[in-house]
Design a protein around this ligand. Structure first.
Ligand code: ADE
Length: 247
């Protein structure tokens, strides 16, 4: 999968060299290219922002560097990517980023992320871009970050780990929170007793059906306690999460 990210802080995205995503890049599963928006400015101060028309606090990102940066990204299309990326613009005013959206984006051959800063990007950039590619504004959650970079780190990690070969044990993708509409069950490892606390008995026996039933109950209880809003959407669950789902 090809991913481009445009930012005024390209170093922010260095963390995508680490861990599983870093390995996926080195193995060629993810072709991630980070671009400095300021490389597309032409003044001495490498200006990317200006005051908002109509007044108000803060600064707005100017359209010209974005047009040049996105034109350069479009110009790097290949046979593998298709003609244009899906452009994701992270912002608190966007559609919520969910596990379902991560799956949808992971199925695309080419994503581009445009990291806004300050009060946002001049609205005409969205119009210009939408004439050339699909554009989505996507929010990480109902809070405000200083810019899109942290959101890109989160989204690329959530999307990248769904690509075949990125996470070694595909089973761990099946069992986790938000897959199947419920939160994950609690997990335990050795020792069997620690600090006078024993691992639940059912997990110590080899009864896979009993373990699967216990885990399913735990998922329901956790979801009810922490995220009751998810339970309405979980009605389609088959109850075959946990061990059974892997066999
Ligand atoms: N940029 C600023 N706030 C954001 C948010 N909540 N999600 C995504 N990008 C953002």
């Amino acid at each position: 999968m090809r991913i481009d990210a445009v930012s005024i802080f390209p170093d922010y995205l260095d963390a995508l060299d680490l861990s599983l995503i870093g390995r996926a890049r080195r193995e060629g599963i993810i072709d991630l290219r980070v671009h400095d928006l300021r490389a597309h400015t032409h003044d001495r101060h490498r200006t990317v922002d200006d005051t908002p028309y109509g007044g108000g606090a803060g600064m707005v990102m100017t359209p010209q560097p974005w047009q040049e940066a996105l034109t350069a990204v479009l110009g790097s299309a290949s046979e593998d990517t298709g003609p244009a990326p899906l452009l994701v613009v992270p912002g608190p005013g966007g559609a919520p980023f969910t596990q379902a959206m991560a799956h949808e984006l992971a199925a695309r051959p080419w994503l581009a992320f445009a990291c806004g800063r300050y009060e946002g990007i001049d609205e005409r950039v969205y119009e210009w871009a939408a004439e050339r590619m699909e554009v989505r504004v996507v929010s990480l959650g109902d809070y405000v970050l200083n810019g899109g970079e942290v959101a890109v780190l989160a989204m690329v990690e959530a999307i990248g780990r769904l690509l075949p070969g990125v996470v070694g044990n595909a089973g761990s993708l099946v069992e986790e929170s938000h897959e199947g509409g419920l939160l994950e069950y609690p997990v335990y490892t050795k020792p069997a007793v620690w600090d006078d606390r024993a691992v639940p008995e059912v997990l110590l026996g080899g009864n896979h059906a009993a373990i699967a039933a216990w885990r399913h109950e735990q998922r329901l209880a956790r979801t009810a306690a922490r995220r009751p809003d998810l339970l309405a959407g979980a009605a389609t669950l088959t109850g075959t999460d946990g061990v059974e789902a892997l066999h």
